[in-house]
Design a protein. Structure first.
Length: 329
């Protein structure tokens, strides 16, 4: 910016923008602007209009037809006047730090915003805020995403556009396959970003870090989600990562110390925990995928007994035998 702007003028600019926005396409007559925005003369109003156009990229047109008036087409860059305490700056720092950590695509914008904040905030506030932000994120791994993938997916969701991706799954032949899909939602789980997308009348899940190439097809074949699709329900249905229909009723006996650990953190929207003895709890939940549940149960071994369903108990036993076989000396 070419010059510093006083807080008094910033508040006046904000009043002007808000007033013009309220007046809509018809615009506001000059005498009304001067009265409602407390201008003492037309020269000050014209200077503010010029500043908003030049420095903040606001699109403000002047209508010469009688009565003459100004119309706001686009407010341009956001203009703020805020009083912030140390906790509020800390919250902003934590949020920006997490955003840079979890969404690398916006790291440059986050750094730019924090630079603007840090240029006016006291050093004592900044030191505490930066320390707590690092403490929140520094130990949490996040799967890497190729450049432009996240940005392209978000734009496609916003514009209701289909996308074309080359996708590699580690569970089959590990070869890249091309998919044309309709993205509906993105969500973060288990150290990675995932996308819910429609393909062949189904809602599927794709891990963004496995997308090798992404583009927007020439022909938009976007299909809207099913009428019964609910993004929050879809995300919350997964026991670990994989969402879907809640078709398996799982019942576990969890023994200490894992019983106390499991009780500390809600894992699923359907889970019910019942203390059945000083040393054990019963955990029940309706889940979409028993393979994920089986792997989680093994990660908690030897403190969990599977009561139901039978196929989950068998799968846990088979995986345990493989673990023994691989690690047998």
């Amino acid at each position: 910016m070419s010059r510093e702007i006083s807080s008094v003028r910033i508040r006046r600019l904000l009043r002007l923008l808000v007033y013009l926005r309220k007046k809509g396409e018809h615009g506001a007559e000059i005498p009304d602007i001067m009265t409602n925005c407390e201008y003492s003369g037309r020269r000050a109003l014209q200077d503010d209009i010029r500043l908003l156009r030049d420095e903040y990229h606001a699109e403000i047109s002047y209508k010469r037809s009688t009565p003459r008036r100004y119309c706001l087409t686009d407010a341009g860059d956001l203009l703020l006047s805020l009083n912030m305490n140390i906790n509020e700056i800390g919250a902003l720092s934590i949020g920006l730090g997490m955003a840079m950590h979890f969404i690398p695509d916006i790291k440059k914008s986050c750094k730019s915003l924090w630079k603007k904040i840090s240029s006016v905030a006291p050093d004592s506030m900044l030191a505490f805020s930066e320390w707590i932000a690092q403490a929140v994120t520094m130990q949490y791994p996040v799967s890497g995403i190729k450049p432009l993938v996240f940005e392209t997916v978000l734009e496609a969701i916003h514009e209701h556009e289909a996308i074309k991706i080359d996708y590699v799954s580690p569970y089959k032949d590990r070869q890249a396959k091309t998919h044309i899909i309709s993205p509906y939602d993105v969500f973060f789980k288990a150290h990675s970003w995932y996308m819910a997308a429609g393909q062949d009348d189904r809602v599927l899940m794709f891990k963004l870090s496995r997308i090798q190439k992404i583009s927007v097809p020439d022909e938009n074949t976007f299909t809207p989600p099913p009428e019964d699709y609910n993004a929050e329900d879809f995300r919350s249905s997964a026991w670990y990562v994989k969402p879907g229909e809640l078709k398996h009723t799982m019942r576990l006996i969890v023994y200490e110390p894992m019983a106390s650990i499991v009780s500390e953190t809600p894992r699923h929207l359907t889970q019910i925990i019942t203390r059945i003895s000083p040393d054990a709890i019963e955990l029940t939940a309706a889940i979409p995928d028993i393979e994920e549940a089986a792997r989680w149960i093994l990660s908690c071994s030897p403190h969990i007994k599977v009561e139901a369903p039978e196929e989950l108990r068998k799968l846990v036993s088979e995986l345990a035998e493989k673990v023994i076989s691989i690690n047998n000396l």
